[in-house]
Design a protein around this ligand. Structure first.
Ligand SMILES: Nc1ncnc2c1ncn2[C@@H]1O[C@H](COP(=O)(O)OP(=O)(O)O)[C@@H](O)[C@H]1O
Ligand SMILES: Cc1ncc(COP(=O)(O)O)c(N)n1
Ligand SMILES: [Mg+2]
Length: 557
């Protein structure tokens, strides 16, 4: 699989304003010295370069779609999604639909000249990064889009081939099918059909299983788009929400638990505009799709309680971040949390006569930025009580508290997340149990572990043992080289672990790899008489070496 990224490229130092691709797959960049061709540059890197150097320019998505009066799908969903993702969104309206939670009552298609004029106004003036299409109700509109993009090329085109609303109303007639196949799909960087749309585009093949979805993704890819996402929200046989992503080489099965809600109107539009928004910010295609899936899942989760209309289908909650602000409890993950990661040990606390709460309090006082309770021998009841007390301390200091291994304890006390090892509960199961917003970390020794952790929905990885340690029996030491290899392969932020102390922490941070965000420590903090003093010393040492701590491109939902 060829999706490892390297961020060190000489051209990254240029002030590159635009990176776009030609049909032949070569990439062009326009920087302050003029235009250069980046033939050897992989897609992911080109997109990251755009992100890393776009100065004060706000990422910009243009959506060309239909208006939904019920505001769950179409233009309204796109505007809300982009706003929620921090991306500017301009709009080209192709049709005005009268819709509510009962279905579609009316469709007025806008005159072609109006659509052409809207496209020209925005594309000629406003520096669009990514175009996303939804409802394209006439062949003329596909042609207008085709011609406009020739005149004003953009970085990527996301095509959501909207044909039938979830309520069953036809939003693009069969006359448009050939135009979709011949003109629209070959232009697309990604096409995102749902099951019904994939079936129609392929001439009516039955899609009933995940295996069918894979074959459909492959056949659609043969029609010319660079990437295909077949969405399985409506897959009848699956209790999970499964999507298939195909990039022409590898298949990825993106799975999440199915949220039980009536409010699913607009999931497809939301997914496509979130992909477009992430691409505009500089994400690679696969990362954009993964972030979008988690965003839709979270918007569905928050939207469960929305009670609008009398029909079978209501809208999701696109702006859930506004609610989060009012929720004092939820502590979302930030990669910088990994800077000084304190992992408790009951044996050490006993040895020094520290209660677990005193030890946690002292570590936070000394500058620990995240705490993990690792109580391998504790009784469940005792562990839960300790976790509740530690959580109070951590919440008071806005420091996340994770539980090692015990998903049940984390659920019972509403901790901020869980850290699991390779032989603990699988990450995708933990994610299904904890929901989209809790923090999940995984111990990884190899690049394969790291990529799996990312694919399964973890937020960070812990990698080690970097140095020999007594804290964990039979733990293979991977050394600084092993750590570096994992960091370079990881798409998630990394915390180094294993035998790290005041005398060797500098050598870890000096690796200078972007994904390495900090060190996790047990003995050097807790096998000491004064935990606060030792933590402070290590914190100071890390702060002095902070220039070496990378700022990785990570997923944020
Ligand atoms: N009930 C659900 N729970 C979780 N994810 C869902 C649910 N329904 C749809 N999704 C997800 O929403 C996205 C949009 O898919 P889908 O609903 O199939 O598209 P469309 O809205 O175009 O019909 C996909 O990632 C799908 O897996
Ligand atoms: C204007 C417009 N565009 C797209 C959809 C698809 O909606 P869904 O995501 O529910 O399939 C819709 N119902 N209305
Ligand atoms: Mg749907």
């Amino acid at each position: 699989m060829a999706f490892f990224l390297s961020y060190s490229t000489p051209i990254a130092h240029h002030k590159i304003c635009t990176v776009f691709s030609s049909k032949q797959g070569s990439r062009h960049a326009v920087d302050q010295f003029g235009s250069v061709t980046l033939k050897a540059m992989p897609e992911e890197m080109a997109l990251i370069v755009t992100n890393g150097s776009s100065n004060n320019k706000i990422p910009h998505v243009l959506t060309m779609a239909g208006s939904d009066s019920g505001a769950g799908a179409g233009i309204q969903a796109d505007l809300k999604t982009c706003a929620a993702r921090g991306v500017f969104c301009s709009t080209v309206i192709t049709a005005v639909t009268a819709q509510n939670t009962l279905g579609v009552q009316d469709v007025s298609i806008l005159p072609e000249e109006s659509v052409a004029a809207q496209l020209k106004s925005v594309l000629s003036d406003m520096h669009v990064d990514v175009v996303k299409t939804g409802m394209l109700p006439s062949t003329a509109m596909v042609k207008i889009l085709h011609d406009s993009l020739k005149q004003f090329p953009v970085q990527a085109l996301v095509v959501d081939p909207v044909m039938v609303s979830t309520s069953g109303h036809v939003l693009a007639g069969s006359s448009i099918l050939d135009m979709f196949r011949q003109d629209l799909l070959p232009m697309a960087d990604i096409v995102t059909p749902n099951i019904k749309e994939a079936s129609v585009l392929l001439g009516g093949v039955q899609l009933e299983t995940v295996t069918d979805m894979r074959s459909a993704a492959k056949s659609l890819h043969d029609m010319g788009p660079r990437n295909v996402l077949v969405k399985g929200g409506d897959l009848p046989s699956s209790s999970d929400a499964v999507d298939i992503f195909f990039d022409g080489k590898d298949f990825y099965e993106l799975r999440s638990s199915r949220i039980q809600t009536r409010n699913t109107h607009g999931t497809g539009c939301t997914m496509a505009s979130c992909i477009a928004a992430e691409l505009a910010k500089g994400s690679s295609m696969l990362s954009a799709v993964k972030v979008a899936k988690r965003y839709v899942e979270t918007a569905l989760e928050y939207g469960k309680g929305i009670n609008i209309g009398n029909g079978p289908q209501g809208p999701l909650d696109h702006m859930f971040k506004l609610k989060r602000k009012n929720s004092s409890k939820l502590r979302l993950f930030e990669p910088s949390d990994l800077f000084l990661y304190a992992v408790t040990d009951s044996g050490m606390n006993k040895k020094w006569g520290h209660s677990i709460t005193d030890a946690v309090k002292a570590a936070i006082e000394g500058g620990a930025t995240i705490v993990q309770l690792r109580e391998k021998d504790a009784e469940t009841g005792e562990f839960l009580e300790a976790a509740k007390s530690c959580l109070e301390i951590c919440r008071a200091h806005n420091t996340p508290l994770l539980i090692n291994d015990r998903v049940d304890i984390a659920l019972a006390c509403d901790a901020d997340g869980v850290h699991v090892g390779q032989s603990d509960m699988p990450v995708n199961t933990v994610r299904a149990l904890l929901g989209p917003e809790k923090i999940i970390g995984v111990s990884c020794k190899t690049p394969e572990h790291a990529l799996k952790a990312w694919a399964d929905g973890a937020d960070y990885i812990g990698s080690g043992g970097v140095f020999p340690t007594n804290t964990k029996a039979n733990n293979r030491t991977i050394g600084l080289d092993g750590l570096k290899t994992v960091c370079l392969a990881s798409k998630l932020p990394v915390v180094a672990i294993g035998g790290i102390n005041l005398s060797n922490a500098r050598s870890v941070m000096e690796l200078g790899v972007v994904n390495l965000k900090g060190v996790a420590v047990v003995s050097a903090l807790f096998d000491r008489e004064c935990v606060a003093v030792e933590t402070r010393k290590l914190h100071n040492l890390l702060t002095e070496n902070v220039a070496n701590v990378g700022s990785a491109v990570t997923e944020d939902v």
